[in-house]
Structures are given as C-alpha cells and as structure tokens.
Design a binder for this molecule. Structure first.
Ligand code: ANZ
Length: 843
C-alpha cells in the first residue's frame, strides 16, 4: 500500500495519471459496444497560436459530462479535432511568410499537448484535422453529390464583400456591416459564386426547431427569425405603357385599396427598364449610392427614408388607379419580389416616406368606433387590424377574411397569388482565398462557350483534389489559386480539351458542417462514414459551444445533416439533441479576452504552477456555464488551496482509512459521529449527482467544499491530535473519501484518481462505477440545539434545520432530562437563539 506524499505535487501526479489513462485506453469509445451510447461533443477549435481560457472552459464543461456519463455506465464518444482551414492562417502567412500548412501543423501540436495536459478525456484515436486531404476530399465528394441533386449552383449576383478579408462572405457572416472576423466596411459587389440551396430546406429547418426542446430558447428563436418565414401574397401591377408588370410581395393585401405608390429596389433588374428618360440619371445615381451603403443600415427602422421618383406609373389591378413608382433605400432587391406596394396610412415606413415626399395617404382601416383614436386625424400610420371600410367588395369584414377573398379574386383574374417568402438566402460559400477546400469543377469552353464555359464536375476517381503547396500569398489581386498555372490549366475531364479549374475554395463553415459525423469513422477512405456507426452514434447527445454560432454553424450543420439523411448516410435529420451554450471568459479587467485588448491569459503558466485540476475547477466554479466571468489569479490560487486541503486531510486519516473494514457501519449503527459522517457523504453525493445532471457545476463544486468543511468540523482541527476513532468511524471516513474521490473526478480528475488509488482501488475512476446515494441517509439537514435550564446545559436535541422556534422548543421540552428539571417549577421565560440554543428560565 502506497502512502500519500506530504506535499501535493500536481505536475507529477497529473502527468502520471495522464500516462495511465492513455496506456489503459480508458477513454476509447469502443470499449463497451453493449452499453447505451452517449455522444458528447464540444465545438472543435480553430488552432490559432495557443489554447486560451475560452477553450479551457468549453472543454472542461464537456469533460465533466463525459466523465460522469462513462461512470454511470454509458459508452461515451468524446472526440477532438481541429478546424484547421480558414483565413487566419492565410493572413498570418501574408505577414510573415510561413506557409499555412506549417503554421497549422505547429499550432495543432501545441493545442494537442495542452489539451492532454488539461486531462480532457478525449478518445484521441479519432483525432482529425480538416486541412488533411483525407478529410476535405469528403467535402468535395459532398459537393459533387449536391451538384447532382441541384443543391449547389453557380450564380452571379450582389454579394457581401469584405475588403480586409479580400473575400465574399455569406449573409450569416455579416452583422450590421461588420464581417464575422470583426472588420467593418463590408460592401456589396457583383461577382460569380457558388451557393448551397439551403432555402430548399427553409420549412423543414423551421419545423425541426420545435423538436429541439433541449436547445436554449434564445438560439432556436434566433434561427426562427433568421429563416424569417412570412405568409402573404404576390400581386402584379402592370406598368403603364410597358409590356411587363411590377410584382410586389405583401403581408397586408387587405390594405391594397389604400396603396398610393409603389417602391421598387434601386438594384432591381426592372428598374432600368421602367425609369422615364427624365429620371434616368437621378435613379442611376441613387442606385450607385445604394450599392455602396450597408444593407442593414438601409433598412433599419430609424434610418432616414430616402428615394427618387422613377417617373413611371403602375396600375392597381383591384382599383384601376394609376400610382407612381419610386425607388427607395428601404426596399431590398433580394427579399420577396424586390418591390412593395406602399400603403402609407397603415405602414410606418410608407407613412414617413409619404410625408417626406408629399405622396397621398389614403385610410382604408380605422380603429373600431369608440376605440382610442377613432375620431382623430391620422398623425401616424395605423398598423393594427381595425375595421376595413374600403376593402372593395369585401369591405367591413375582418382582415383575415378580406385577405382570403382578395387573394381568391387575384388568382381568378390571374394577377396574383398567395405566397410565402423567407428571409433566409442560399448559402454562398465560395471564397477567393487559398487555405480552403478546392472546389472540384472545371470550366470547359469547348463544351460551353468562351464567355459561358460549361461546368464539368471533377470525377470521384480524381478526389481528393489536393490544395497545391507552392503558392504565393500576397492578399492582393486575383485569388491565389488563379495565379497557379499548373493547377488552373487542365484538360477537361469530359472532352479532354484544355479547360480551367475553379480557383475559389470552400468557406471553412463547410468543414464544420459534418465533422461530428466524421468522428464516427475518421479513417474510412471509402465513404465519409459508415452506416452502422451512424446508426450507433448519431445524433450527438450533448453539443457544447459558443452562442455566437447561432445562425452560422448551428444552422449549417442542421442543413448538412438533412442532406446526409437524403443521401442515405444517416437516418437522423437533426445533428444534436441537446445544446449547451457557454458564456465567455473575460480578462482580469472585465473586458472580453482578446489579443488587441492585451488581456489574454493562456493556461500554460497556470498548468506549470497549479496544475490542470485547479484550472478546471476555476473555470467551472466561477459561475453558471452560460454566464460570462472574469479571469482571477487569486481565485485560481484559492482553488489550488482547496485541493491541497483535501490532500492534507486525506493524509491525516489515511492510516485509519486503510485499516477500515468495509461495510463496518450500517445505517443507524455506529457512533453519532459515524452516523453524521455518513449523512454528510450521502447528501454530498446526491447534491453533486443532481447538480451535474442539471449542468450546475459551480454548485456541485460548492457541495464538495462543504463536504470538506463538514469533515474537518467532525474530525477536529488540523493542529490538534487525531481524535480516537472506532471501527464505525473508520468505515464512515473511508466512505467519505470514496464519495469525495468519485464526486471530484469529473472536475479535478487527477487528484481524484490519486485519492482513489490510495484507497486501494486497482481500476481507475473512468473504469469504475459512479456511486449511488442511500436515500435513507439523505434526510433533510438537521441541527443540534443546546438546551439549558437556568443557563445550565441539560441536554442536546437534534431537529430539522428548517424547524422554527415552536418546533425546537417543543422538542427541547420533550427531552427526558430537560423535563425532569422543569417539573414542578414555573416557566418564567424561554430564550431562543436560532441555530444554537434554548434556555428555559424557571423559578
Ligand atoms: C403592403 C403593406 C401594408 C405592408 C401594410 C405592410 C403593412 P415581413 O413580415 O418582414 O415579410 N416588403 C415586401 N418586400 C420588401 C422588400 N423587398 N424590402 C422591404 N420591404 C418589403 O414584411 C412584409 C412586408 O414588408 C410587406 O407587406 C411589404 O410591405 C414589405 F399596412 O405590403 B407590406
């Protein structure tokens, strides 16, 4: 039997257990094919310079769940890899000339080493990195399958362009004119690009949200808004003197009798065709200005409404009235039909615009008679559904009914129909950059034309299409791959004549859209992953990561899973059953940790000084998982002291503990101290088990601290001689340490393992079972009151901690010894000191 060392040396202990876990392969997902599965996944990192505290936090959260689940008898899949393609490595290369592949390999090494030092229970045999051709060849394979199904297509249109990143961005990657990498000044540019038809799944992605009951509401509602389903009608207004109509999308066709003008987006293809000669220059200048302005700013409710008359007119198909057509900033080309019918009396934007440009306002809906504002002149748009008075033939009916009738009429007469539109756009994913997956197509001018060459897919047999090495990265001019003759100039896979390869690469969000499935089968070189493993492991049971991905990755991977489902690769449609989003780690100064703020704390130095356990405890104890918290040196130090206190306490009693005969003391037996030790253990076990289940890790750790305090209080202070203990107390102490090691193991796995082995266990904690508490010992907390009669201690009574004065006094009076001192005397006064004593003053 080993004896515990005097001083706890985390660096030595941690490295030793990490070696043992690795040698015994205790974190392999394949150990127990017979057990129920639990797939626990944290968002994999982009391997930038070094692991930071945000990583330490998210992986610690996942690791608690993985370690407990394993001990609770499930087969746990807990893998790790690297999202290693993407812009930062390329941008860094432009600065210092180090090839992205070299930098990425270096960073990956240091990430792995630090994650191992953190003691995360990953199944390292499944490690993957997306810059490996063995991984991204399947991106290419998916692309080809999607091309066959018309789920991917080439389009030419206005795209978001970030001048700093020198690339196109998806709508999901732009927030209020700022790109997802933090650069402002995103503009619109007309360019050819590739897009995934995510809109085909808009309804299904929306419907699926209601099944995601274990996702934070905040995330599902962000996705709902992003998809932005809107039910309305499309109505064609013939343009006066032209052969074509302007089609508008409206959710309030019931107000169409109040339409006094149309607005068409300045960049709408019809705008140029309908504009009058007199207004041509003004409209063109306005369109040019809009191209340079930010799309979010343009449409914000507070933005100044601006527009120009096109000089053209359209006919309201219901009334035959002619209304002017304007262009304005607040109408977007890519929503609905890119044109609106304006009803200034009932829409706030239209109202502001009409006031500014003196356009007519016509009221067709009024507040019900007697309702607030019913008799007032219109000072602002009345946007609710009051009483329709000029709905034409449907006048006077409720709005919903008016809508139905008008749509029916439009359909019958052929100038309109019911229509649903979505805010979500197809996902533009081609990037004009180097460090990404090459898009496997070739442009053949012989099968198409020189201006419009035919797109020829690269055959599967030529995959992977490997990213060339010898590239010059300048961040300027044509995309890097376009400058590589050897790569670009190929013979067409179909006709064999000279053709050109695509020079764009795929957005990095493609890589992360399906990596969770590749972890099931990372070495498969025949298919992305096998059907049997998919059946065994999908979906992810718990997914943990940052909420900033709400409408990016967390939307894309739901789309991709639907595609994989259609391809017959898996039978689930939703990738993750439960989602946990974590808060961010702020710097010492309370600001978000970032290089530019100069407040980055990296785990390395703390690992050297305090070890991984203290660091893990800190990030888990600092607050609830979804809250932000600030880094604090002194708290890490405090948690390290907590661990060393456990160690010293354990050392003091180690001799007694190993001398204990197991199961010596049964409930109800043994000394009062043995009984209260046992209650403390079982209560702690219950609290920690329940708290982990609820993902309340900070309170679970608090319960462990209380356990240690309780133990110290029961066994006397450190500087006093050891109390004499009997067999029942020895057994109770042993049980206390078994509980402590078990409960500590998800948070501070190394110290826990050391305690566990010093208790004489042969198997490691991950190979052992989570302990079960005994309900009989988890009675409500109790308190002991001293009972005095005229200031003299006569008895002690134990009552429930929640007992009030009346209950405590009653219990005190019921005690035989107290009773004997009260008998025959007059009770003059009862003094009650909460949590401590009752004193009966008698005379
Ligand atoms: C007439 C009308 C009258 C409207 C009224 C509203 C109130 P959601 O719910 O977001 O789908 N709209 C349509 N296409 C637009 C575009 N490309 N750019 C800017 N606005 C556009 O909003 C639908 C409403 O937004 C439509 O219904 C249209 O204005 C406007 F009392 O049509 B409405």
């Amino acid at each position: 039997m080993r004896t515990p060392a005097e001083r706890y040396d985390p660096v030595e202990v941690e490295a030793r257990w990490q070696r043992t876990w690795a040698e015994r392969r205790v974190f392999s997902a394949d150990l127990h094919p017979d057990r129920p599965k639990d797939y626990i996944l944290e968002m994999f990192p982009y391997p930038s310079g070094a692991l930071h505290m945000g990583h330490a936090r998210v992986y610690s959260i996942g690791d608690v769940l993985a370690r407990v689940s394993r001990m609770q008898g499930r087969a746990v899949l807990h893998p790790m890899g690297y999202d290693s393609l993407g812009l930062p490595a390329e941008n860094a290369a432009i600065k210092d000339g180090i090839h992205p592949r070299i930098r990425t390999a270096r960073n990956t090494e240091s990430f792995r080493a630090e994650m191992v030092r953190m003691g995360f229970s990953f199944d390292w045999s499944r490690e993957l990195t997306t810059s490996d051709p063995g991984y991204y060849r399947w991106n290419q394979w998916f692309f080809l399958r999607m091309l066959e199904r018309d789920l991917v297509y080439r389009r030419r249109g206005l795209v978001n362009w970030c001048p700093t990143c020198a690339t196109v961005l998806a709508n999901e990657q732009v927030d209020a004119g700022v790109c997802w990498r933090g650069h402002s000044g995103v503009t619109q540019k007309r360019i050819g690009e590739w897009a995934f038809r995510i809109t085909r799944y808009a309804d299904d992605l929306l419907a699926g949200l209601s099944e995601l009951t274990a996702w934070p509401e905040r995330i599902t509602s962000m996705q709902r808004n992003w998809i932005g389903r809107s039910v309305g009608a499309e109505i064609a207004f013939p343009v006066v003197g032209r052969a074509f109509p302007v089609r508008v999308f409206t959710t309030r066709v019931d107000t169409i009798y109040g339409c006094t003008y149309l607005v068409i987006a300045p960049e709408h293809p019809l705008t140029e065709q309908l504009v009058s000669a007199r207004q041509k220059a003004a409209v063109a200048a306005f369109a040019e200005k809009m191209l340079r302005s930010d799309r979010v700013a343009r449409t914000s409710t507070t933005a100044e409404k601006e527009g120009v008359d096109t000089g053209a007119f359209a006919t309201n198909p219901f009334t035959g009235e002619q209304v002017p057509i304007w262009v304005a900033n607040f109408v977007l080309a890519d929503y609905g039909t890119g044109a609106v019918m304006s009803v200034p009396a009932h829409d706030a934007r239209d109202f502001a615009f009409a006031k500014k440009y003196a356009l007519p306002i016509k009221v067709v809906v009024r507040p019900a008679p007697g309702a607030k504002g019913a008799d007032r002149e219109l000072e602002e748009a009345f946007t609710s559904y009051g009483v329709g008075e000029t709905g034409g033939p449907a006048s006077g009916l409720p709005a919903a009914e008016v809508r139905q009738r008008l749509i029916a009429e439009a359909e019958a007469k052929g100038f309109g129909k019911a229509r649903v539109t979505y805010q979500i756009r197809d996902w533009g994913f081609s990037r004009q950059r180097y460090w990404g997956t090459p898009i496997p197509v070739v442009y053949c001018p012989h099968e198409g034309t020189a201006e419009d060459p035919k797109v020829i897919p690269v055959p599967d047999s030529q995959l992977p299409l490997v990213l060339p090495e010898n590239v010059e990265l300048t961040g300027q001019g044509a995309p890097p791959l376009a400058k590589l003759k050897d790569f670009i100039e190929v013979s067409c896979p179909s006709c064999g004549k000279p053709a050109r390869r695509e020079s764009d690469t795929m957005d990095t969000f493609v890589d992360s859209s399906w990596y969770f499935a590749r972890f099931l089968d990372p070495h498969n070189d025949r298919e992305p992953f096998g059907a049997a493993v998919a059946k065994r492991w999908l979906p992810v049971d718990t997914y943990i990561g940052g909420p900033e991905h709400a409408v990016l990755h967390l939307l894309y991977f739901r789309f991709w899973t639907r595609v994989m489902n259609e391809l017959g690769l898996c039978d689930v449609k939703e990738p993750a059953r439960r989602l946990i989003t974590q808060g961010i780690v702020l710097g010492n100064d309370g600001e978000k940790m970032s290089k530019s703020a100069g407040n980055v704390v990296s785990p390395g130095p703390y690992l050297d000084r305090y070890g991984a356990d203290a660091l893990r405890l800190f990030v888990l104890f600092a607050g609830p998982v979804d809250h932000d918290f600030a880094w604090s040196d002194s708290q890490v130090d405090g948690l390290f002291r907590f661990l060393t206190r456990i160690w010293r306490f354990f050392g003091r009693f180690h001799g007694e503990i190993v001398a204990a005969k197991p199961n010596e003391s049964l409930p109800g037996e043994g000394t009062p101290r043995a009984r209260s030790l046992r209650q403390l253990s079982h209560r702690t076990l219950k609290r920690v088990t329940d708290d982990i289940e609820r993902v309340h890790f900070n309170t679970a750790i608090a319960a462990l601290m209380e356990q240690l305090n309780g133990l110290s209080a029961a066994m006397g202070p450190e500087d006093k001689p050891l109390p004499v203990v009997d067999d029942s107390e020895r057994a109770a102490l042993r049980e206390a340490f078994e509980v402590q090691a078990t409960c500590l193991s998800p948070f501070a796995p190394h110290l826990a393992e050391e305690l566990w082995s010093l208790l004489g266990h042969e198997r490691t904690l991950p190979e052992s079972a989570w302990l079960k508490f005994d309900p009989a010992l988890v009675v409500a907390e109790s308190l002991v009151y001293a009972v005095q009669v005229n200031g003299k201690l006569r008895a002690e009574v134990e009552v429930s901690a929640s007992a009030g004065e009346a209950e405590v006094v009653a219990a005190a009076k019921a005690d035989a010894k107290v009773l004997s001192h009260l008998e025959g005397k007059t009770l003059r006064k009862t003094i009650f000191v909460p949590k401590r004593l009752v004193n009966f003053v008698v005379g």
